[in-house]
Design a protein around this ligand. Structure first.
Ligand SMILES: *Cc1c(COP(=O)(O)O)cnc(C)c1O
Length: 433
C-alpha cells in the first residue's frame, strides 16, 4: 500500500506512510489517500469482543502503516495513544452515546493527536539537529489536543495559532500553559485569519528550511486512528444484535470519514449520518448535488464551524465519486443553535444525560434517521466533555458541571503566548526562534 495525492491519480501512488505523515499535505496541495484498502478477516470482526482495544487498533491501522514502524514500536504507540476509555452509554431505548472525551484534553481529537505525535517522534528518532515544526491553527479543541499530544516529543516543535478572545478560557489554558516544545501565538483576528496564515506559511518558499507540517485531520496519522472508535463501539454493542447507525457531529468531516473507512474494512454498519450546525455545505450537497463552500458562521458548537470541509473529498473518493452509492450509506442534516439548545434540554429532561452542543447535534441527526428506521441501534458520538463548553451547557441546562481533574490541573497555570497581528509577524517568529 502507498499513498497518492487526491489532486493526482491512483497510478501515481508513490508516497510512503512516513512521507505522508511528515509532509501532511502533498506538494501539489492534494490530500493523501491510500491506493488500496484491504478488508479485515471476517473472523476477527465476528469475534471482536475477544480482543482488547489495543489489539483491535493494531489490526485496524496495520495496513496503513505499511511495515514502516516495527510491530513492537507500533504496539507501544497504540498503547500510549489509548490510555483512556471509550464507553457507550445508554441514553434511551436504541440510542447510545459513544463518549470520546475521556482523554487528557477531553475532546475526541486526543487519539489522533497522540497517535500522530508518536509516529512523528519515531520517524525523527535518529535526527540529531533537524526538527520538524508542527504548525496548526485552532478554533479551540485542536490546539489543546495537539499541545498535550505532542508535549515532550523529541525533534518536534509545535506552534499553535489561536484567535485572541475567541476560544473558551479552558481551551486557552490548555494550549498556552504547557511550555517545553509547545508555543502559542495569540492572533489579533478570527479563526479564518489563523488558518490563512498557516496555509500561507506552507506555501512560502522562504520557510522550507523550517520543515513545517500540519497536525489537523488532513494528516493521515491524525485522521486514520479515528477508525478505532467505530470498532470499539461495535465491540460493546454487538451483543444487542441490531443494525448499527452512527451519527457523527461533523465539521471538517475527518471523524465521519474515518468511520466510513472502518466500514470499508468490513465493519458492519447500516448507515452514517453527518450532523452539522448551520454550516451546512454537505447537507446542501446531499440535497442538491451541488457543492458550494461558504465562509464559516459562528455557532455554539464551534468546533464544527467549517464552511469548506477538507475531508469531504476523501468521502467522495471512498465511493468513487458515485453519488448514488454514497447516498445509500450516508445522510447529512443541519441544525440551528436554537434546535441544539432545545435538544440539550430534552435529553437532560428525559434521561438526565448532559450532552455538550456537538453531541446534541449528533443526537438530532440520529433521531431524524431513526424515524424511518426505528429498528436500528443508534449511536451518536459525544465528541467533547460538556465542561469544554461550560457557559453554554450551564446556562442552557441550569446545572453545575463538575470540573474534572484534567481541567483543574491546567486552570491554575500561567498563560504564556506571543501576540501576533499578521503573516509577517508569524514569519518573523518562525525564522528567528
Ligand atoms: C473537531 C470537533 C468536531 C468535528 O470533527 P471533524 O472531524 O472535523 O468533523 C466535532 N466535535 C468536537 C467537539 C470537535 O472538537
Amino acid at each position: 500500500m502507498n499513498y497518492y495525492s487526491l489532486n493526482d491519480t491512483k497510478n501515481n501512488a508513490k508516497t510512503s506512510f512516513e512521507e505522508a505523515v511528515v509532509r501532511g499535505i502533498a506538494p501539489d496541495r492534494g490530500l493523501y489517500f491510500p491506493n488500496e484498502i484491504k478488508l479485515l478477516e471476517s473472523d476477527f470482526i465476528d469475534n471482536i469482543e475477544n480482543y482488547s482495544n489495543e489489539e483491535i487498533a493494531f489490526k485496524v491501522i496495520e495496513q496503513f502503516v505499511n511495515n514502516e514502524i516495527p510491530t513492537d514500536v507500533l504496539k507501544e504507540i497504540i498503547q500510549d495513544t489509548l490510555c483512556f476509555d471509550f464507553p457507550t452509554v445508554k441514553v434511551e431505548e436504541n440510542v447510545y452515546s459513544l463518549e470520546l472525551f475521556h482523554g487528557p484534553t477531553m475532546a475526541f481529537k486526543d487519539v489522533g493527536a497522540r497517535f500522530m505525535a508518536r509516529c512523528l517522534g519515531y520517524f525523527n528518532r535518529d535526527k540529531k539537529e533537524e526538527t520538524v515544526t508542527v504548525l496548526v491553527a485552532t478554533s479551540g479543541d485542536t490546539g489543546g489536543a495537539v499541545a498535550s499530544g505532542f508535549l515532550g516529543v523529541k525533534g518536534v516543535e509545535v506552534v499553535i495559532l489561536y484567535p485572541s478572545g475567541k476560544v473558551s478560557d479552558i481551551q486557552e489554558k490548555q494550549l498556552t500553559t504547557l511550555g517545553k516544545n509547545i508555543t502559542a501565538l495569540e492572533v489579533d483576528g478570527v479563526f479564518d485569519d489563523c488558518q490563512d496564515m498557516v496555509k500561507t506559511a506552507f506555501l512560502d518558499a522562504e520557510l522550507t528550511e523550517e520543515n513545517l507540517t500540519s497536525a489537523n485531520s488532513i494528516n493521515v496519522a491524525r485522521w486514520l486512528p479515528q477508525m478505532f472508535y467505530f470498532f470499539f463501539a461495535y465491540k460493546q454493542l454487538k451483543a444487542e444484535g441490531k443494525e448499527l447507525v452512527f451519527s457523527v457531529p461533523s465539521g471538517n468531516f475527518g471523524n465521519i470519514c474515518a468511520g466510513m473507512m472502518a466500514y470499508k474494512l468490513g465493519l458492519p454498519v447500516k448507515h452514517f449520518v453527518a450532523s452539522t450546525n448551520i454550516n451546512d455545505t454537505v447537507p446542501q450537497y446531499m440535497a442538491t448535488q451541488e457543492y458550494n463552500p461558504k465562509p464559516s458562521k459562528q455557532t455554539i458548537s464551534n468546533a464544527m464551524d467549517v464552511g469548506n470541509p477538507s475531508n469531504f473529498i476523501r468521502i467522495q473518493t471512498l465511493f468513487d465519486n458515485n453519488f448514488e452509492a454514497l447516498n445509500q450509506l450516508f445522510s447529512s442534516f443541519s441544525y440551528t443553535d436554537e434546535d441544539t439548545r432545545k435538544t440539550m434540554k430534552e435529553i437532560y429532561g428525559e434521561s438526565k444525560y448532559v450532552a455538550d452542543p456537538h453531541g446534541a447535534v449528533g443526537y438530532m441527526g440520529l433521531k431524524k434517521f431513526q424515524k424511518a428506521a426505528p429498528e436500528t441501534l443508534g449511536v451518536f458520538l459525544e465528541t467533547a466533555h460538556p465542561v469544554k463548553f461550560l457557559d453554554v451547557v450551564e446556562e442552557t441546562l441550569d446545572v453545575k458541571v463538575p470540573i474534572p481533574e484534567q481541567i483543574k490541573a491546567v486552570l491554575g497555570k500561567e498563560k504564556k503566548a506571543h501576540a501576533i497581528k499578521n503573516y509577517d509577524d508569524l514569519k518573523a517568529y518562525l525564522k528567528n526562534r
